[in-house]
Design a protein around this ligand. Structure first.
Ligand SMILES: [Zn+2]
Length: 268
């Protein structure tokens, strides 16, 4: 997953998963006399929610001596989530999908600016299963193909994306954070209720409590399905074009980020 000499940017939100990932990687780096670790944090512009987690991230990074960089949607895109949610042309554009699109791009921009060779995100097994069911319920086969959990290289600099916690249960990460006294933000994003993810999370937790092991069985099934789909569509991205606005690789004439910004900033 990591090569000697890699510079690793950890996407840190201030929630338990990402702070535990940063803590574990920092320990690993210390044991191997490595220092090339940086925390990258995104301020989406959600008043009353994001301020607390930014402070937690700043304090935690300074206590474990990890470099921290924070960047915001408003600095880079000229808009933020509070504005986007109020000014979207339709509620069909959910907060989570707009935020996810912008977050992935800003993470790329920050990782490139930091000279990272690897970006580590803290998605856990529960997140992974929820994403699979969301893609399944919305009929998004392509995204299921992207889910195969192997490190992927992308972008002009060939940055590798890794998800070290993809086989770890959410409750194990909470337990670890509590055992190690790692402070984390427990409030949920105020826009979270718009997402079907919360219902799916409850559904999977109920199922697991009645039928222990069902989550891990599903994980194994998802990896097989996503691998088959990925193999069958391999090469599709090499046929992609460049976005006419930002110049980044895209499967369409205008990429999803520029498309979202166009609708938000110049609503018809
Ligand atoms: Zn674009």
């Amino acid at each position: 997953m990591l090569d000697h000499g890699d510079r690793v940017a950890v996407a840190v939100s201030g929630g338990k998963d990402s702070l535990v990932l940063l803590y574990v990687l920092k320990k690993f780096f210390e044991e191997h006399n490595r220092t090339n670790l940086i925390a990258i944090t995104i301020d989406e512009g959600i008043a009353g929610y994001r301020e607390e987690s930014l402070q937690i991230v700043r304090d935690f990074c300074s206590s474990i001596k990890v470099e921290s960089k924070i960047s915001s949607y408003s600095q880079i895109f000229g808009t933020d989530m509070d504005y986007a949610t109020q000014n979207r042309p339709s509620n069909k554009m959910t907060s989570c999908s707009m935020c996810g699109t912008l977050r992935r791009r800003l993470m790329d921009i920050m990782a490139e600016a930091a000279g990272a060779t690897v970006v580590a995100t803290a998605h856990n097994l529960d997140d992974y299963l929820q994403t699979f069911l969301i893609n399944l319920l919305s009929g998004d086969l392509e995204r299921i193909g992207w889910m195969y959990p192997e490190p992927v290289r992308y972008g002009p600099n060939g940055i590798k994306k890794i998800k070290p916690f993809v086989e770890i249960y959410e409750h194990e990460i909470v337990f670890y954070a509590l055992l190690r006294n790692i402070p984390f933000q427990s409030d949920q994003c105020p826009y979270m209720k718009e997402s079907i993810r919360t219902d799916i999370r409850e559904f999977l937790n109920n199922l697991e409590s009645k039928h222990a092991g069902v989550k891990y069985n599903t994980f194994n099934t998802v990896t097989k399905i996503s691998k088959t789909l990925k193999d069958s569509t391999r090469g599709a991205l090499t046929n992609s074009t460049e976005c006419q606005i930002c110049g980044r690789k895209s499967t369409q004439r205008i990429c999803s980020v520029c498309g979202t910004l166009k609708v938000l900033i110049n609503p018809q």
